[in-house]
Design a protein around this ligand. Structure first.
Ligand SMILES: Cc1cc2nc3c(=O)[nH]c(=O)nc-3n(C[C@H](O)[C@H](O)[C@H](O)COP(=O)(O)OP(=O)(O)OC[C@H]3O[C@@H](n4cnc5c(N)ncnc54)[C@H](O)[C@@H]3O)c2cc1C
Length: 381
């Protein structure tokens, strides 16, 4: 077996694409021999949303941006002007088309459509077995979840963010195309954390997504029923479903980086690059990939990459509260959005707030509940 690649990427989804795209503008990587192995199975279409400054580097990839956001519960409806920021939407197909073309034209890459069956870490190399081949390389970037599994017995609990959305075209003008609804909790919570988000691309077309932060997925028909009820209650009766998307995102502080070795790094959701308390991943992949490329300027041992910050502790407490008191989600998010400026909320959720911001945010939540969970967490490592 020949060691014929400098790097191998297992999976060619979001995190691999972002890292490769960034590598494609760094001279050092242009002549490296790179193999990318992506499953033969057809990947689902995804819609990625994130907030960013108006001059975001991702602007050329956007299919829609909003200057206003709405947050809603049974008690309140809050509209936020985003001023010099926007809430952005990227369609995965558009994104991959641009990135894959750029990477192919600028770098020495080979894409193999095959299933990775195992990744074996050896002393100084990594061996990858696919359905039809084996490869040995110095460095592996893995985004396939199977190879960095969550341990069910961990004290670090896991909730699932699971959702289904319909993109609908309505007969009448039903939506304000300048305003996205980030969370609408004004639905029966059924003792869980349940909300809708609405992403209008025009006055008569929108993605309506039913989302839960809870322990178990629902049957497909339950998501559909909720979406159809929601539209009925909103008075949207004449519409056509033009596409749908569904997904599950793990919400956990579990330390996936413990699966990293000297020569293998888990990236994206498989590397724990998903924000545990929200499931937002796009911005974290962007940030982590910048950090990783900077790290690789000087270091070669991937085990040194990961750093825990104070935000990990905040996420852990918030997740524990939500795990044990899942019915409180609507109330907790209501307090967060009611008591804070949107810019502060964004900074906090991006792990970029200062201590004063953190204090203001933490004081928004019920003190007794969070202090109790803090001490429980402290003694329950
Ligand atoms: C439907 C959906 C919507 C989302 N929306 C948002 C959002 O709005 N905002 C946000 O911040 N985050 C969002 N996320 C979360 C996150 O951004 C995405 O899941 C993102 O795709 C994660 O990137 P990744 O590289 O970790 O994984 P992926 O993009 O899933 O990449 C992994 C790749 O590995 C491949 N693969 C799997 N098994 C094998 C195998 N055995 N062999 C070879 N290849 C394999 C897959 O086909 C895939 O291409 C969403 C997730 C989903 C599922």
């Amino acid at each position: 077996m020949k060691k014929n690649y400098d790097f191998i990427f297992c999976g060619y989804g979001l995190s691999s694409s972002v890292i490769l795209f960034k590598m494609s503008s760094i001279d050092y990587y242009l002549d490296k021999k790179i193999l990318i192995i992506e499953s033969k199975k057809k990947d689902i279409n995804k819609t990625w949303c994130f907030w960013d400054n108006n001059n975001s580097k991702w602007n050329p990839f956007l299919s829609k941006k909003w200057s206003k956001l709405n947050f809603k519960t049974n008690n309140i409806s809050l509209d936020f002007e985003l001023n010099d920021m926007s809430y952005n939407m990227i369609k995965s197909q558009d994104f991959f088309n641009i990135i894959k073309k750029t990477v192919k034209s600028k770098m020495n890459v080979e894409v193999l459509y095959d299933d990775v069956l195992s990744i074996d870490q050896q002393t100084n190399t990594v061996k990858i077995n696919t359905s039809n081949n084996s490869f040995i390389t110095d460095k592996v970037f893995n985004s396939i979840p199977t190879f960095s599994p969550y341990n069910e017995n961990s004290n670090l609990k896991m909730l699932l963010q699971h959702f289904k959305g319909w993109t609908i075209k309505t007969k009448n003008k039903c939506f304000d195309k300048e305003k996205a609804t980030i969370m609408d909790f004004s639905i029966d919570q059924k003792k869980e954390t349940r909300f809708f988000y609405i992403l209008p691309v025009s006055s008569n077309e929108a993605l309506i997504e039913f989302t839960l932060f809870s322990k178990k997925k629902l049957n497909d028909s339950e998501y559909d029923k909720e979406i159809s009820n929601y539209l009925f209650k909103a008075g949207i009766l004449e519409y056509k479903i033009i596409s749908n998307e569904k997904g599950v995102i793990p919400m956990t502080c579990y330390d996936y980086s413990k699966y990293n070795s000297k020569n293998l790094i888990n990236i994206g959701t498989s590397g724990g690059w998903t924000k545990p308390s929200t499931g937002y991943t796009f911005k974290f992949i962007d940030k982590k990939s910048d950090q990783l490329l900077k790290f690789l300027d000087k270091e070669t041992d991937f085990r040194k990459f990961n750093k825990k910050t104070r935000f990990w502790y905040y996420d852990r407490i918030f997740l524990d509260v939500l795990y044990y008191q899942n019915h409180l989600g609507s109330h907790l998010f209501e307090r967060l959005f009611l008591k804070n400026k949107i810019e502060r909320i964004f900074r906090f959720l991006d792990d970029e707030s200062n201590i004063l911001d953190d204090l203001k945010i933490l004081l928004s939540f019920p003190k007794y509940l969070f202090t109790k969970t803090f001490f429980k967490t402290l003694f329950n490592k």
